[in-house]
Design a protein around this ligand. Structure first.
Ligand code: ZN
Length: 248
């Protein structure tokens, strides 16, 4: 169930049965020579929708642009500053909390959002405490990175081994190929597996990783692998969602 496709009486009825909501958050940024700019937003949204179906949960609007300042040396990449993204997350949560939502599970598609998600949750808690003290209504925010669960990790390892890497991974590219077969791209990549390591700012990122990949071989991506990875992610995160929503 998508919030954007519900009427207000439907949302009112839902809130009588559940206070939980699934919130997709992604990024619009370069994903190497064959990966789509929207990879992280596309994966997070589709997996969140799958969780919504599997767990009968409402799914909020996708926060499509994330914190990706380190990708800005590649054309097309977009970013919100951490402070802007904190404000966006806070306002999304605060708006929905005003109607009675209490448990927010963010399905995250982008590692670069992690620090900002954590900061945003503390910003929300701090603001509510300032305003209401101990009387603040119950509110819990949590995020899961869709690739960080035992089922997806095991499947990625089986399919791609150490060529999974950490950016523009064959797993995430496979998921987008499954969802958008019309947008599958071919590109030559040299070396087959990209170098891995760390980076500082955007210019340093491009200097170290000239085609945008880190440690990965996304030419191994296949739509059929994406279908399996997506199913594994939906199953695992549906269990996490149910536990999160029903926990004391
Ligand atoms: Zn990504």
């Amino acid at each position: 169930m998508l919030l954007s496709q519900c009427t207000w009486p439907e949302v009112e009825a839902y809130l009588k049965t559940s206070k939980g909501i699934v919130m997709p958050i992604g990024s619009i940024e370069q994903h190497g020579p064959n990966g789509l700019m929207g990879t992280d937003a596309i994966c997070a949204e589709a997996i969140a929708r799958g969780v919504g179906e599997a767990a009968s949960a409402l799914v909020g609007p996708t926060i499509a642009v994330g914190m990706a300042v380190h990708h800005m040396a590649f054309p097309g990449s977009m970013t919100l500053k951490p402070s802007t993204l904190i404000a966006v997350i806070r306002d999304y949560v605060t708006a929905l909390a005003a109607h009675g939502f209490e448990r927010f599970l963010f399905v995250n598609g982008h590692g670069g959002n992690v620090a900002t998600l954590r900061a945003a949750f503390y910003e929300i808690y701090a603001e509510r405490r300032e305003r209401h003290g101990d009387a603040a209504p119950d509110l819990r925010c949590h995020f899961v990175n869709w690739w960080e669960n035992a089922a997806v990790a095991a499947l990625s390892r089986d399919l791609f081994g150490s060529a999974e890497g950490s950016h523009a991974t064959p797993s995430e590219v496979s998921v987008t190929q499954h969802l958008h077969p019309e947008a599958i791209k071919e590109a030559a990549m040299e070396p087959h597996v990209a170098p891995s390591g760390t980076f500082f700012d955007a210019r340093d990122f491009r200097r170290r990783y000239p085609d945008g990949r880190i440690g990965s071989a996304p030419s191994l991506a296949r739509p059929e692998h994406g279908a399996r990875l997506m199913e594994a992610a939906v199953q695992a995160i549906s269990v996490q969602y149910r536990t999160f929503v029903t926990a004391e």
